[in-house]
Design a protein. Structure first.
Length: 131
């Protein structure tokens, strides 16, 4: 019962603290259809010239794949790809309640950029063809 209330409390506190973390940047979660992991929350903030993208994800199936990463794509105001990178997922992601990812982006972003995130399953057919 304690864990049932502890996780939402921690997320709420982190959300309040992240409001002080810097300038927020628009984010979008892409392609959640039939994924073994579902991204529940994403935030992106710019502070001291560095953009940090963080999020929380949970397994959507009882036997979720252990291998994967979070694809992060930065889109310009006109929808063109400015930057593509990925946040790796460790084995800790299998713990109950999901896990968090966080990455600092290596470039200064254009004004009004949109950061799009998507779980990428490495066990899925065609993974090597796309990465």
């Amino acid at each position: 019962i304690v864990m049932k209330y502890l996780l939402p409390t921690i997320i709420s506190i982190l959300a309040m603290l992240s409001g002080c973390a810097g300038i927020p940047i628009d984010t979008k979660i892409a392609n959640q259809n039939s994924q073994t992991w579902i991204i529940k929350e994403v935030t992106a903030f710019k502070r001291d010239g560095i953009v940090k993208v963080s999020g929380h994800f949970k397994k959507s199936k009882s036997f979720a794949a252990r291998k994967g990463h979070i694809d992060i794509t930065v889109l310009t105001n006109d929808g063109k790809v400015f930057l593509k990178t990925k946040a790796l997922i460790g084995i800790r992601a299998m713990r109950q309640g999901g896990n968090y990812f966080s990455i600092k982006l290596p470039k200064e972003l254009p004004e009004n950029a949109l950061i799009q995130v998507e779980f990428h399953n490495q066990n899925k057919a065609g993974y090597e063809d796309r990465h």
